[in-house]
Unconditional design. Structure first.
Length: 81
């Protein structure tokens, strides 16, 4: 049995699973990440690829490279709605 870690996380997972699979022809030659648009691959190369995750959740071991991902994590995992 899978138990959601926070209220709302099951809703997020349902949204993710319902999204149509898109073709991602733009692939990073360094790490293999794929993107549907060239501009997203360019952003990945500038902001993410080859960098350590330097933003740490203050409440759990989760780390990320982007502030928005940390905010979303805090909202869905550590906030009671």
């Amino acid at each position: 049995m899978i138990v959601p870690t926070a209220v709302g996380s099951d809703r997020l997972m349902k949204q993710i699973l319902q999204q149509p699979q898109t073709v991602k022809p733009f692939q990073c030659e360094t790490c293999g990440a794929s993107y549907s648009m060239q501009k997203n691959l360019s952003s990945h190369k500038r902001k993410e690829c080859g960098r350590e995750a330097n933003l740490q959740c203050p409440l759990c071991p989760m780390k990320t490279k982007r502030k928005g991902n940390l905010k979303r994590h805090m909202l869905f995992v550590h906030t009671k709605l």
